[in-house]
Design a protein around this ligand. Structure first.
Ligand code: ADP
Ligand code: MG
Length: 215
């Protein structure tokens, strides 16, 4: 599902990743842990081809990222669910509209899209908030909404960047339970977090990013 081979990346002079290699198999649930500034977000951006490596190869969902072009990039991205550290919601749209939009973009029939939205809203416990705006719900609810939006088009791979940031232990575990349920349905889950303790509680595979390398 993910193959990273000898990947290096720098922002101008600042070297962030040095010859990083690892693999994630289909159906796995993996935590990428590392302190703030260790390069987790950078590595995720490389995985969905938002950044290009300085050296090395990445292959994600069977796609060699070096061979992606303008035409194939959107098709590749459609297969990946992204949970951003800073949400990136449409703040002037309702929660229902935020969830419906990704489906509209892939040409889903409005009636089917609405059914999917209602089902997912129910699953994340936000049905009663469907007409609220993302700024009008709690941070825990926003984290769940971010996950719901990422998975509404049923991606094979979910990349989640700090999906429990700002939540206490109980709420963090609730978010993890939601991710676990998605993994149980067959989705490959890759979660970046600086919360090693939380990752350890979840009994999943952990890879650690430190000093530019995987440990
Ligand atoms: P993490 O997600 O683990 O906190 P990041 O990948 O965001 O780490 O950042 C890794 C390093 O790269 C940090 O030193 C950060 O300041 C730097 N960095 C991140 N994004 C940029 C950018 N767009 N331009 C320059 N430096 C960046
Ligand atoms: Mg980050």
């Amino acid at each position: 599902m993910i193959q990273v081979h000898q990947v290096s990346f720098s922002y101008d002079e600042l070297s962030v990743l040095e010859k990083v290699s690892f693999r994630v198999e289909r159906g796995e649930f993996v935590f990428l842990v590392g302190p703030s500034g260790s390069g987790k977000t950078t590595l995720l951006r490389l995985l969905y081809a938002d950044l290009l490596p300085v050296a090395g190869d990445l292959s994600v969902i069977g796609q060699k990222l070096a061979t992606l072009d303008k035409v194939s990039l959107p098709y590749f991205r459609q297969k990946i669910g992204l949970v951003f550290q800073d949400f990136k919601f449409l703040v002037d749209k309702t929660i229902q509209e935020n969830l419906a939009l990704p489906q509209k973009l892939v040409g889903m029939a409005p009636r089917v899209a609405k059914e999917n939205v209602n089902k997912l809203l129910h699953q994340i416990g936000l049905s009663h908030h469907q007409h609220a705006r993302p700024t009008e719900i709690s941070s825990n609810e926003r984290r769940r909404l971010a996950i719901a939006r990422a998975v509404i088009n049923n991606p094979v791979l979910l990349l989640a960047d700090a999906p429990t940031e700002g939540l206490d232990v109980r709420l963090s575990l609730e978010v993890m339970a939601l991710l676990d349920a998605l993994n149980f349905q067959g989705m490959t889950i890759f979660v970046a977090t600086s919360d090693r303790e939380l990752a350890e509680k979840c009994n999943k595979r952990i890879i650690e990013l430190r000093d530019g390398g995987i440990h």
